[in-house]
Design a protein around this ligand. Sequence first.
Ligand code: HEM
Length: 183
Amino acid sequence: MTLRNTLRAATRQDHDRVDRLGAAFDLARPADYGAFLQAHAAVLPAFEASLDLAPPEDLPPDWPQRRRAQALAADLAALGLGPALAASQATLPTRPTRLGALYVLEGSRLGGAVLRRALSTAQPAAPDAYLAHGEGLLLWRSFLRWLDNQPLDAEETQAAILGARQVFSAFETAFEAVSAPVR
Ligand code: HEM
């Protein structure tokens, strides 16, 4: 089993939870879109900053190109929004935990692409640098090629799963904390 398949199987329920929470945001509504971005802003920059401290050989070679914190900050600034939540605690002390976290951050692009299509139909003028980031670059495909060439033993694989869960859980907490505005 590849590392990706192991991570996917181990975190399926975590994904289902964030997917459900994410679905509560109606991106046709500006307030929901803002809250959605604010939730991401609590999580993504914190984990990216933690990964920035890793030895470069623990990261995909094109890591700088994969970072999305600036795009997210630009969208929030364009909407006139500041941070709504304290930054998540990102604890990624080992290579396996970093691999698991990277898997979730990079995988979140797939859902992001779905959401961007919904956004561009509903709010064509909304700033979308974050959701559109990396479009056309096949970043997920190249990430998986890299990930599946990272050898991990059984114990390290368990640590990678914990790293992945840490990111899912941070998104879950942030989605719950901003919760879609009451209508
Ligand atoms: C912050 C929230 C989210 C995170 C962290 C996240 C994370 C991930 C990850 C890690 C994968 C890769 C699974 C694999 O190995 O194939 C994935 C796939 C996917 N996610 Fe999400 N996701 C999030 C939200 C969403 C939302 C809200 C949707 C629905 C709009 C969604 C739809 C998808 C889809 C369609 C795939 C692709 C499945 C495939 O092509 O195989 N995700 N996501």
